[in-house]
Design a protein around this ligand. Structure first.
Ligand SMILES: Cc1cc2nc3c(=O)[nH]c(=O)nc-3n(C[C@H](O)[C@H](O)[C@H](O)COP(=O)(O)OP(=O)(O)OC[C@H]3O[C@@H](n4cnc5c(N)ncnc54)[C@H](O)[C@@H]3O)c2cc1C
Length: 480
């Protein structure tokens, strides 16, 4: 029998971060209520059904399921039931001229492939990157009080740090470019283009702006087991929501929270048709959105970016009756020339698994193509059809599309705003920038008692495992 006083805890948003917080808070003896503005859970990592096919709302790749990684930790601690399939080849990269580089998961074959492709020695660099990334992943689930909220926590963590963890911390002060220079790697030409493009996938910035600790984890992303979820990435959020509900969490879908105001011993949370007095609140929406709901900025929110410091995304999805054109499901294409109206020079393409009968009928594939929109404020919605048609042309020219695509539809700023409510239609979290040391990032602490922060604008940042970890940390802080 739980002797604690029963509190009401509101979770704002049922993306991966909100669901992870809800799971951490479930079975805790408190009343936990999740509000989600959309009609389904998952946010940027959901899967939706249209015309007998299942499409990804955003994310397509999945890592972090090993025991010592954030999703592995959640599975271990809650018994979450998902059925991941490990990918043989995590990713392929397609250069102009149709040369293809395969990112093998095993380190030695990858080093052999990279050295022969770029014609330069790089074994030491990749071994170091893998070692650093491994330490980063392990530390992420070991130090759930990191980044420290106060001096006591900082000293507590520092006392426990192992030599390999100090080495990672040192790399947080060096740019990835500087680290490459010290490793005698070329700082221009195809290798540098490759590094910058790979960093853009997770760090959302280039080698100059991404510190070497984060850069190592980003570059080594395909060197850790990558998984496919039959039925789509959304199976993860669906399983998290189902389990949280079974463990007593209450969900309200299609119910946006409209304001959060300080009240005696907690907060009054106003949502459509609801007014709740909550002792604690977990905000699992971007900090820009939270500040709007609060009407002011709590001091503990250290990092708030403006519209033009953030990315939005252009995403085209369709189904097609064809077989898989390459052995991998995930591909990065380096464009011969940028697509007019977009600034990025790469596309990221993901196919559904050809055996995945939940996502498409036999012989069909579902395809997601995404790229960055650099300056959201300058995006012209009238260009959407033109950009979509340019993307399809690139796919035909580069051997990705061999038949007539069906149900082609694209998302840009407006769609993200509607689907996720995210301020400015900005997605992908806060990009890495020069000087962004871990203790300058937003943490679970808002600075207001009982108001906790999670989501991809809060440490550790972008991506499904990052958002899941931030939600878990916020939930843990709440119970502490
Ligand atoms: C195109 C694209 C591709 C990506 N690819 C990958 C990938 O391959 N692998 C990977 O790991 N990551 C990828 N990511 C990143 C990853 O999807 C996100 O970082 C992660 O899903 C963010 O989760 P979140 O919970 O922080 O935010 P969100 O997913 O945005 O969730 C926030 C939730 O809050 C809800 N909400 C907002 N405002 C309110 C309100 N006022 N009241 C109630 N509810 C509200 C929203 O509807 C949403 O459901 C990709 C992202 C995009 C956009």
């Amino acid at each position: 029998m739980n002797q604690q006083k029963k509190n009401t805890i509101v979770v704002v948003g049922a993306g991966i971060a909100g669901l992870s917080a809800a799971l951490r808070l479930s079975n805790s003896g408190h009343d936990v209520v999740v509000f989600e503005q959309n009609w389904m859970v998952g946010g940027c990592a959901g899967t939706y059904l249209r015309k007998h096919h299942k499409y990804e709302s955003g994310a397509t790749t999945l890592v972090g399921l090993e025991d010592y990684m954030p999703l592995g930790m959640i599975v271990r601690e809650t018994g979450l039931n998902i059925q991941p399939v490990r990918l043989q080849i995590p990713m392929q990269i397609h250069f102009p001229g149709k040369e293809v580089l395969t990112r093998h998961e095993s380190l030695e074959p990858w080093i052999e492939e990279a050295e022969s492709f770029f014609k330069c020695k790089q074994a030491g660099f990749w071994k170091e990157a893998y070692g650093l990334a491994d330490t980063v992943w392990r530390a992420s689930t070991k130090y759930l009080d990191f980044p420290p909220a106060n001096l006591k926590e900082a000293l507590g963590s520092a006392m426990k740090f192992k030599p390999a963890e100090w080495q990672v911390l040192q790399k947080a002060f060096v740019s990835t470019r500087r680290w490459m220079q010290k490793s005698n790697l070329p700082l221009q030409g195809p290798f540098m283009d490759f590094v910058n493009a790979q960093l853009l996938i997770t760090a959302q910035n280039d080698a100059e702006n991404t510190n070497a600790a984060f850069g190592a984890a980003a570059l080594a992303y395909p060197l850790f087991p990558n998984y496919y979820l039959p039925g789509g990435v959304g199976k993860l959020s669906e399983a998290m929501a189902d389990l949280a509900m079974k463990r007593g969490v209450q969900f309200y879908l299609r119910t946006p929270i409209q304001s959060i105001r300080k009240a005696s011993k907690g907060y009054v949370v106003q949502a459509e048709g609801h007014s709740i007095h909550a002792q604690q609140v977990v905000s699992a929406i971007p900090v820009n959105n939270l500040i709007e709901l609060l009407g002011e900025r709590p001091k503990g929110i250290r990092d708030v970016r403006t519209e033009d410091q953030l990315w939005s995304a252009f995403q085209t999805s369709f189904s097609v009756k064809q077989s898989l054109p390459f052995p991998a499901l995930h591909h990065q294409i380096h464009l011969e020339r940028p697509i007019p109206s977009l600034t990025g020079n790469t596309l990221f393409v993901s196919f559904s698994h050809p055996d995945d009968r939940e996502r498409s009928p036999e012989g069909n594939l579902v395809v997601s193509v995404s790229t960055h929109i650099n300056l959201p404020s300058e995006w012209n919605p009238d260009k959407k059809a033109e950009v979509e048609s340019d993307i399809l042309q690139v796919l035909r020219d580069r051997g990705f599309l061999n038949a007539q695509p069906d149900y082609v539809h694209s998302a840009a700023l407006g769609s993200w705003q509607k689907w996720t409510g995210r301020a400015f239609g900005a997605v992908g979290g806060y990009p890495q920038i020069k000087g962004l040391l871990p203790w300058k990032m937003n943490t679970a602490y808002s600075g207001w008692p009982g108001l906790w922060l999670a989501g991809d604008t809060v440490y550790p940042g972008q991506g499904i495992p990052g958002a899941a970890l931030s939600g878990w940390i916020a939930g843990k802080r709440c119970l502490k």
